[in-house]
Design a protein around this ligand. Structure first.
Ligand SMILES: C[S@@+](CC[C@H](N)C(=O)[O-])C[C@H]1O[C@@H](n2cnc3c(N)ncnc32)[C@H](O)[C@@H]1O
Length: 263
């Protein structure tokens, strides 16, 4: 539990260790550098000041600087544990002067209007249920002409989740506030964005997640137990088994998102 606000920490050390073993150092979401490259395809971040919402342990935040030439990145997260890990990794890679990590409270961002040239996020906005308020904030902190580029985990509809989806969410146990592509689209439009584009990544992650599940239960199992403890690994095998079902039905549908604040 973080000391100064109501958010209950969810990404504890065992979960961070486990996810980084599956997804790579500093990554708390799937796909590695290749998937980040697909999210950012055609976007030029060179020299820009970028906000990374829900930066986690910062593997991607560092990539925005190292590989994509961002001038400066501000990574925000609600959890102190992931931010400590992110700061340690950035320091070890000599990137501390180009990255600021800021612990924030859920809700409005602690930044002035038009503070950033670009806003990025990878698989973190799923934790923010109020998409309308979120995109109004993203719009506010972007400079005119700025781009919003992201990946996130969506649900295919805004009705009652299927029993399989409820079972998956229960196994996951994290505070997810999933919404449909239609709701994301409307919320982005309502905030004032133009050039809105959503791309369904279910077909990709459906395949990848099956392989992850097999690896966790197979060749990675012993190493994962050493890194994160058997209880964490067994819990996650159950989570992945439940997730594969809702990926196969299409109800769990990760998307790439793009939008532009009119100049
Ligand atoms: C699945 S992890 C993804 C981390 C990172 N973007 C990556 O892809 O490796 C989601 C992150 O979002 C953070 N998060 C949850 N709610 C948030 C909020 N309201 N504002 C900012 N970050 C939040 C979590 O603490 C966690 O570190």
């Amino acid at each position: 539990m973080s000391a100064d606000h109501g958010h209950e920490d969810e990404y504890h050390d065992e979960l961070i260790a486990f996810l980084e073993l599956v997804w790579g150092e500093g990554y708390l979401s799937p796909g590695g550098a290749e998937e980040v490259a697909r999210v950012l395809e055609g976007v030029d971040l060179s020299g820009l000041s970028v906000l990374d919402i829900g930066c986690g342990s910062g593997g991607i935040t560092m990539e925005l600087v190292e590989r994509y030439g961002a001038g400066h990145v501000t990574g925000i997260d609600v959890e102190g544990g992931v931010l400590k890990r992110a700061r340690d990794l950035a320091e070890a890679r000599g990137l501390s002067d180009r990255i600021d990590y800021v612990q924030v409270e859920p809700g409005p961002f602690p930044f002035e209007d038009a503070s950033f040239d670009a806003v990025f996020s990878k698989d973190a906005m799923i934790h923010i249920a109020d998409k309308e308020a979120l995109f109004a904030e993203v719009f506010r902190v972007l400079k005119p002409g700025g781009v919003f580029v992201a990946s996130d985990w969506l649900i295919s509809h805004d009705g009652e989740p299927s029993p399989e989806m409820k079972f998956y969410l229960e196994k996951e146990g994290l505070s997810f506030g999933m919404a449909s592509p239609e709701r994301y689209n409307k919320a982005l439009e309502g905030a004032g964005f133009t050039g809105i584009a959503l791309k369904n990544r279910n077909g990709w992650y459906r395949e990848v997640a099956r392989g992850e599940r097999d690896a966790i239960a197979g060749e990675l199992y012993e190493r994962a137990c050493e890194a994160a403890g058997k209880a964490e690994v067994d819990k996650n095998i159950a989570t992945w088994n439940a997730m594969v079902v809702v990926l196969e039905s299409g109800e769990h549908c990760p998307h790439h998102l793009r939008a532009v604040k009119p100049g």
